[in-house]
Design a protein around this ligand. Structure first.
Ligand SMILES: *Cc1c(COP(=O)(O)O)cnc(C)c1O
Length: 398
């Protein structure tokens, strides 16, 4: 490509900050509220409308959101929780924060999502009560079929935390043909989102929990701020206007007002961003359709409408190639910073120290050997994408 030398480095993901975003932050910075102000509830309300859930609790990051969910569901030393090894480690770590045991389940190689049939086998091989819950992950933005998972969970008395960090705006189509948006609270007790800069909505650091369960919502509010409440209806005593009670051991997982102002501004452009992500995916799909040696990670069939519309939220665009390290290094040499998602969690030294080992989940490990996430973000230009495609094909001789 002619202007290769003038091109800026191309990362796998990046935030999109506009003048309106900056103005929103500046205005809040000049207001009376540096931490907890009106923007927190405003962001929560806007988010609830976006995903279609009843309640939302904004927190300091997605990991804190996961921790609060595990606490609210009562995870403790006797809990065993099932999750996927192909995720960011925080999906599993939240169980460990509460002293519980993480049980991984292998993936469906077609989508790299947790294999629901295998979850069923795990759960059915043990007495009722052996497992406490499941943490499915809408990996890469590809929604898990939560209707199917809910059915299984109900049969066995399990709760579900949907890790929707990759999938705000994504949906699957239920058995009645209705679109079910990720984190809408209809199937999972709780869902979490992250606003890390590579995710769809960026607040620098930030996260959200959504739920339709009022009792869980109240617990989240309590645990978000030290376990302290001032709510007159909840107080055991009341000594006067200053009075508050610490009723549980909580944390400081609050998100500042100015980051919520940024989140509100970002969220107002989320639909545009989603359209662009899906366009980019379509261009990649077409470019690699007949390319020998380049396999595109599939979309969950449950996330496709009859009319062929996709519910995939495309946080990532993942291909699989035989010489993944070769391609990764080659692209880097051309200022294209593709990334690997993920090193299977059970092979991490920490999880190995708990008894997990390489070889436990062969499909996840095989997926890891070949996967590479190509640049995917709304401001990726057509020219940049064409360059990425050209370089991938050049290396793969496709
Ligand atoms: C990013 C991410 C998280 C954690 O979010 P942070 O805001 O970075 O703490 C959790 N789960 C998944 C799948 C993620 O990608």
């Amino acid at each position: 490509m002619q202007n290769e030398k003038h091109m800026r480095p191309i990362p796998y993901g990046r935030q999109h900050i506009t003048e309106a975003d900056i103005q929103a932050v500046v205005e809040t910075l000049q207001s009376d509220f540096l931490t907890q102000g009106p923007k927190v509830a405003e962001f929560e309300q806007a988010f609830v409308r976006y995903v279609g859930a009843r309640y939302a609790v904004a927190v300091s990051n997605g990991t804190a959101a996961l921790h609060l969910c595990a606490m609210a569901l009562g995870v403790n030393e006797s809990s065993r929780v099932i999750t996927t090894p192909i995720t960011f480690v925080a999906s599993a770590n939240c169980v460990r924060y509460c002293g519980g045991t993480v049980e991984f389940c292998d993936i469906d190689p077609a989508t790299a999502l947790i294999d629901i049939e295998q979850v069923r086998q795990m759960v059915e091989s043990k007495p009722r009560g052996y497992y406490s819950g499941i943490i499915p992950v809408d990996f890469a933005g590809n929604p898990v079929n939560l209707e199917e998972l809910r059915q299984l969970a109900d049969e066995h008395g399990l709760w579900i935390i949907e890790d929707a960090a990759h999938s705000p705006g994504g949906f699957f189509v239920d058995s009645k043909g209705e679109r079910q948006f990720c984190g809408n609270g209809k199937f999972a007790e709780l869902a979490i989102f992250s606003f890390h800069p590579v995710k769809h909505i960026a607040t620098s650091e930030g996260g959200m929990v959504t739920t339709n369960d009022e009792a869980l919502y109240k617990k989240l509010l309590l645990y978000r701020t030290h376990g302290i409440t001032r709510d007159a209806d909840l107080l055991e005593e009341n000594h006067g206007g200053w009075y508050m009670e610490m009723q549980a051991l909580g944390y400081n997982y609050r998100i500042p007002d100015m980051l919520c102002a940024l989140g509100i501004s970002q969220l107002s452009r989320a639909d545009e961003g989603m359209v662009r992500r899906r366009q980019i995916a379509q261009v990649y799909d077409e470019a690699f359709a007949d390319a020998k040696g380049i396999a595109v990670l599939g979309t969950n069939p449950a996330a496709m409408t009859d009319a062929g519309e996709t519910g995939h939220a495309y946080h990532l665009y993942v291909i699989q190639v035989a010489d993944r390290k070769g391609l990764y290094d080659f692209l880097r040499g051309h200022q294209i910073f593709a990334q690997v998602h993920y090193i299977p969690a059970h092979t991490m030294p920490y999880y190995r120290s708990l008894g997990h080992k390489k070889g436990d989940f062969p499909k996840a490990e095989r997926y890891y050997e070949a996967c590479l996430s190509l640049p995917m973000y709304p401001t990726l230009t057509e020219e940049e994408q064409a360059y990425v495609i050209e370089k991938v094909k050049e290396f793969c001789k496709a």
